[in-house]
Ligand binder design. Structure first.
Ligand code: NAD
Ligand code: A1AUG
Length: 512
């Protein structure tokens, strides 16, 4: 596909729309036989079978897979460990060549892949098509970083005659890659490819909500990789636990903070501490000051709050608004929210598809009950009578400060609006959470913007971004580092410091 689509592309045109719809229909009627694991290049159909329901129509099964217990996980890790030395010794240029071929293979099946992502996650076409492009761009970006840094090998100073000193980053060995449901293609590929380009082998565990998407990654990648370099095991919490308990040299994880921190603690134990690269949740604020363009702020908050039904780690879930523009902002946000249509992802008019599963659907009902009791719902609040996990984009004003709906990550299309008197108070409220992933401000006053940039506690910042107050980071154009409970390494995906985290430093002094 020649055109390059991102999360802010808008409409794709009738040709793309038509092909996406055909592919989604085909995926919906295909519900495959239980997906096998892939260990040392061979399919292994063992372990109990689980079914992933179609979130857009819970009467249908989207996919089925075998779940791996500890023995299968250990077998996959043994395969990855057996392939470590050969892959590490493969020159980085050759690793990049093979990985770039995977990017090309994905591009050749772009809309088929997007349809499968949409089937399992319920995301609309704009999000699904852009996600596949992001996966391609993640591969090229991480390969670029490897090549631009000449494989991370460089000469050091020498003050002694005949002594040659070299600095190098070397792969740890094997990584377990534990993936979230919300970007099941892009983030699975992002973590895996960063590990691979750095010279590690991997065992990938896709989300139990998107096993077929994970399997497609393996299908596209395996022809380009030597046996054992990429292994894949399906399953849920227990499979993830078994992988974090296995003999890998590190874990790359994207998901909730509770699970991420459990994994970090686990990898700190054992005979020596191993790296756990974790990217976790958010409760992302957008501040709107008295100098803001209020309409732009309302549009930016709504797009970031309701895109992918609020299930982006970067989603804006809190608007913090100065008293002078509070009522106007609430009114505008309610108006913009009403223009977002909820419906089947197969329908081009749907801005929001269903949420991911029954747990999220029930979480929405509890949040609405709390909002009705303690605040004022100004938009949404209902669960439409449709056959899947559909919920309305919802805006709640006037909750008391510190209310749980303004502190806990809900991962739903649910935005709270909090009134504050000053910018100082707004920043204090924005920072009063455990998370620190993304944040935005709408202000035309440069002094206000400068203060926000200096004092806000988050890794990804946006100023006056109507296309998305807190969302839409893209490989190479933003980095994506979680501060506080949103991450543990101080470096993020997408940016220039990500790949080096999959390697450890070694200096070499060689005397002639
Ligand atoms: N910071 C980022 O870049 C980023 C990106 C996307 C999603 N997220 C976060 O991910 C979360 C949503 O994804 P999710 O619901 O799939 O997260 P989750 O933590 O429930 O699950 C993530 C993965 O971990 C596995 N898992 C669950 N419990 C485990 C355990 N005890 N040990 C090992 N593995 C285990 C799951 O099977 C799944 O594959 C949100 O919190 C979101 O903010 C963060
Ligand atoms: N890259 C996406 C977020 C990925 C996490 O869920 C964004 O910036 O909106």
């Amino acid at each position: 596909m020649a055109t390059r689509f991102t999360y802010t592309s808008g409409s794709f045109g009738t040709e793309v729309d038509g092909e996406f719809e055909r592919q989604l229909l085909a995926a919906r009627s295909a519900a495959p036989a239980p997906l096998p694991h892939v260990i040392a290049g061979r399919e292994v159909a063992k372990g109990p079978v689980f079914a992933r329901v179609d979130p857009a129509n819970v009467e249908q099964v989207a996919s089925r897979a075998h779940a791996a217990g500890p023995e299968l996980v250990d077998a996959a890790v043994a395969a990855a460990n057996a392939a470590r030395a050969q892959w590490r010794r493969t020159p980085y240029a050759e690793r990049c060549r093979r990985l770039r071929a995977i990017a090309e293979a994905i591009g050749a099946r772009h809309l088929e892949t997007a349809a499968r992502v949409s089937l399992e996650t319920g995301k609309n076409r704009a999000e699904a098509v852009a996600e596949v492009q992001e996966a391609i761009d993640l591969i090229t970006t991480y390969c670029d970083h490897m090549e631009e840094n000449a494989g991370y090998e460089a000469p050091l100073l020498s003050f002694v005659e005949g002594e040659r000193n070299t600095e190098t980053l070397r792969p740890y060995g094997s990584f377990g890659v534990i993936c979230p449901f919300n970007f099941p293609f892009a983030l699975t590929i992002g973590m895996s490819v960063a590990a691979l380009v750095a010279g590690n082998t991997v065992v990938v565990k896709p989300s139990e909500d998107a096993p077929w998407t994970g399997a497609l990654f393996a299908e596209l990648a395996l022809p380009h990789l030597p046996e054992g370099v990429l292994n894949l095991v399906h399953g849920g919490v227990e499979t993830g636990r078994a992988l974090a308990d296995a003999a890998v040299d590190g874990i790359a994880f994207t998901g909730s903070a509770a699970v991420g921190r459990e994994i970090v603690a686990k990898l700190q134990g054992g005979r020596w501490a191993r790296p756990a690269l974790t990217e976790m949740g958010g409760k992302n604020p957008a501040i709107v000051t008295a100098s803001a363009d209020v309409r732009k702020a309302a549009e930016g908050v709504a797009r970031a709050g309701f895109g992918l039904s609020g299930q982006k780690c970067s989603a804006c879930s809190r608007a913090i608004v100065l008293d002078a523009v509070y009522d106007e902002f609430v009114e505008q946000l309610a108006e913009v929210t009403a223009s977002f249509a909820v419906g089947d992802p197969a329908d081009a008019a749907s801005s929001l598809g269903p949420v991911i599963n029954e747990r999220a659907y029930e979480r929405f009902a509890r949040a609405v009950a709390d909002a009705e009791a303690d605040g004022r719902i100004v938009a949404g609040g209902r669960r439409p009578d449709l056959p899947g996990f559909y919920v309305e984009p919802t805006v709640v004003a006037d909750l008391p400060r510190g209310h749980r709906l303004t502190r806990e990550e809900l991962f739903l299309p649910f935005v709270t609006v909090t009134r504050v008197a000053t910018l100082e108070e707004a920043i204090e409220e924005a920072n009063a959470i455990d998370y620190g992933l993304t944040a935005g401000i709408f202000a035309e006053d440069q002094g206000e913007v400068d203060r926000f940039l200096d004092e806000i506690e988050a890794g990804v910042l946006y100023v006056n971004r109507g296309a998305g107050a807190t969302t839409g980071a893209w490989p190479g154009t933003q980095s994506f580092c979680g501060w506080k409970s949103s991450g543990t390494t101080g470096k993020g995906g997408l940016g220039p410091w990500y790949v080096p985290q999959f390697m450890r430093e070694q200096s070499r002094t060689v005397v002639a």
